[in-house]
Design a protein around this ligand. Structure first.
Ligand code: ADP
Length: 224
């Protein structure tokens, strides 16, 4: 409530301020620049609320995935093509190593897409000067699992933060940039799919997230 309330109070205050500036005859010419500034703050704060609400929706939907037979590699290709432009802007080079004919998983595609989106955007945001994002899939047929690994060459996560990154609302990002729900959404989705997620990070930089998801049909479903 606090996370949603703050930007909303901001919007209310800014709106009242703008009402005061705006007289019957309109905005005084010498205050137009100031007025425009308030309007962009309103836009930014409203976008922030929007982002929190959609994160919260994803967070609360986590327990009821709409599952179907899913090719993880295909979801990766689709999600990354949506992100291509953003990654280019972030000067993030992508290195993919996808195991051909990966066993299919019984999964909610849009939720898996959300997992990738969050992990990859976090990786990009951890590399302010650009770097490399690695995406790897492989199968562990003995354990009946597919593994998805997302690595980056970014800032890394400090020891004291490492145990908190999956907590709702834990963020180290600036106001407006992060609300701290991304990884709790990821955790919830993976958990609801019967999987696990682990993280490793190095103080000199670089982080690796490893997701393991069980699959049901190791052979049958896989035209190689
Ligand atoms: P948000 O991105 O809104 O901050 P998340 O739950 O996605 O929320 O992430 C929580 C925190 O975990 C981030 O603020 C950041 O400190 C840390 N984090 C997540 N992924 C990475 C990464 N790849 N490299 C470094 N830090 C990360």
């Amino acid at each position: 409530a606090h996370e949603v309330n703050n930007p909303i109070s901001g919007v209310v205050n800014l709106t009242m301020l703008m009402q005061r500036i705006m007289k019957a005859e309109g905005i005084p010419p010498d205050r137009r620049e100031e007025f425009r500034g308030y309007l962009s703050q309103v836009a930014a704060e409203t976008q922030r609320v929007g982002r929190i609400v959609s994160d919260l929706l994803a967070f609360s939907r986590r327990s009821s995935p709409q599952r179907e037979e899913t090719d993880l590699n295909q979801v990766i290709h689709r999600t990354l093509s949506l992100l291509a432009h953003k990654l280019e802007l972030a000067r993030a080079e992508l290195r993919m190593e996808l195991e051909p004919s990966l066993p299919r998983i019984h999964a909610d595609r849009s939720q898996i897409e959300q997992v990738l989106l969050n992990l990859v955007m976090n990786a990009a945001e951890a590399m302010p000067d650009g770097g490399t994002i690695g995406i790897r899939t492989r199968s562990d047929r003995e354990e009946g699992e597919v593994h998805l690994e997302v690595t980056d060459t970014g800032t890394g996560i400090s020891e004291e933060h490492l145990s908190r990154i999956f907590d709702p609302f834990f963020t180290t990002k600036d106001e407006g940039k992060g609300v701290g729900l991304g990884l709790s959404v990821v955790y919830g989705i993976i958990d609801a799919h019967g999987g696990t997620i682990d993280v490793e990070s190095w103080p000199e930089g670089g982080t690796r997230f490893q997701v393991r998801l069980p699959f049901n049909h190791p052979e049958g479903n896989n035209p190689a």
